[in-house]
Structure formats: C-alpha cells, structure tokens
Design a protein around this ligand. Structure first.
Ligand code: FNR
Length: 184
C-alpha cells in the first residue's frame, strides 16, 4: 500500500515543547498509511529577499520536503497572540521566490497547545490567514485549542485524559480522511 507523507511543522524549538509532544501523540493516533516527517525549521537562516535567486541548501531541502508531502501538519504555540517568528520565517522561505510557493494546494491541519486559557486560538487564526493567502487549504472542523501542562501527557507520551484522547482521535480521523480526499 502506498504511503501518504505528512510534513510536520512544530512552531516551537523548545526541548520539552508541549507542541512537539502533542504532534508525537497525534502521530500515534494516525491510521496506517500515513507517515510523518518532522521538518527542522531551526536550521533555516533568517529570510532575506536578497537571497531569493540563491536560496541556501537548508531552504532548498526544506522546500523539497514540503513538495514531496501530500499533507501538512502545523502544531504551534501562541507567542504574543500570534505564531512564533521561527514558524513565520519557515513559511516565508517556502513561499518564495515569487511564483515558486511550495505550500500551494497542500492540505493542512492546524492545531496548537498553550499554557494559556485560549489554547492558541489567536495564533491558529493568524496561521489560517497566512495559509489561505498561500493557497494551502486548511481543515476547518474540528478545531483544537488545548490548554496543557505536564499532566496532559503520560510518561509514554500518550494523552492522559480519556476525553482528550477521544477528541484528538476524532480530529485525526477527520484529518486523515481529508488529506486522502485531496491526494486522490
Ligand atoms: C508565550 N506563551 C503564550 N501563551 C499563550 O497562550 N498566548 C500567548 O500569547 C503567549 N505568548 C508567549 C510569548 C512568548 C515569547 C513565550 C516564550 C511564551 C506561553 C506559551 O503558551 C508556553 O510557553 C508554551 O509552553 C509554549 O509552547 P511549547 O514551547 O511548550 O510548545
């Protein structure tokens, strides 16, 4: 059976990132046939339009990985009511040079976790705006806004609460079906 590749973009570089742990927990809920590739956005230089004609090797590899994926999974914290700069930097790189936007047409899942009460709602809304402009369709429902702490995850990385686990399973099922529909 052919594999459907999902490029995973985590908006935090923090070693113990809740969002990375959430991405890894979601991966465990995925159906057979989806494979997840975590893209390293920490190695990308700061975007500079002067470099468009000669993008760095790390940027070219990043763009190739996105092009090779059938779906995108964004799992991001909220920084000051928007997405972290490192994630925006990565998005800008892969949108350029003009006319060579590799995000176009890639179905994207958007979710996030924060220690704050609104669970990344504003960051996700900003991200949806950016992806709409870049022609990457985003799964509308269900939405996932998670307020987390260390107790959210079990030691093995899975979700501690049965209710949250069930809810995220529902999200993953909807996402997987939606990516397959786009890939068809
Ligand atoms: C935050 N945090 C935060 N939380 C939130 O709910 N809304 C916000 O606007 C912000 N703003 C913000 C700015 C900056 C610079 C930092 C470092 C943090 C807190 C954030 O939710 C918390 O640090 C999470 O743990 C970040 O996610 P990771 O790194 O655990 O994935």
């Amino acid at each position: 059976m052919s594999q459907t590749r999902i490029a995973v973009l985590v908006g935090s570089l923090r070693k113990d990132s809740y969002n990375r742990r959430l991405a890894q927990a979601l991966e465990k809920l995925a159906p057979e046939g989806l494979e997840f590739q975590y893209l390293d956005i920490s190695q990308l230089p700061l975007y500079n339009q002067d470099d468009d004609a000669q993008q760095a090797d790390a940027v070219l590899q990043f763009k190739a990985d996105i092009s090779a994926a059938q779906g995108l999974l964004f799992v991001t914290p909220e920084y000051n009511r928007s997405i972290p700069g490192v994630l925006k930097n990565a998005i800008d790189h892969a949108s350029r040079p003009y006319g060579k936007n590799v995000w176009s047409g890639k179905p994207a899942g958007v979710l996030g976790a924060s220690i704050g009460a609104i669970g990344t709602a504003l960051a996700q809304q900003h991200l949806r705006n950016i992806l709409a402009y870049l022609d990457a369709p985003t799964l509308g429902q269900p939405e996932v806004f998670l307020k987390v702490d260390d107790a959210f995850f079990k030691d093995d990385g899975s979700i501690a609460s049965e209710g949250s686990q069930k809810f995220l399973q529902g999200w993953m099922d909807a996402y997987a079906a939606w990516v397959k529909k786009h890939a068809a």
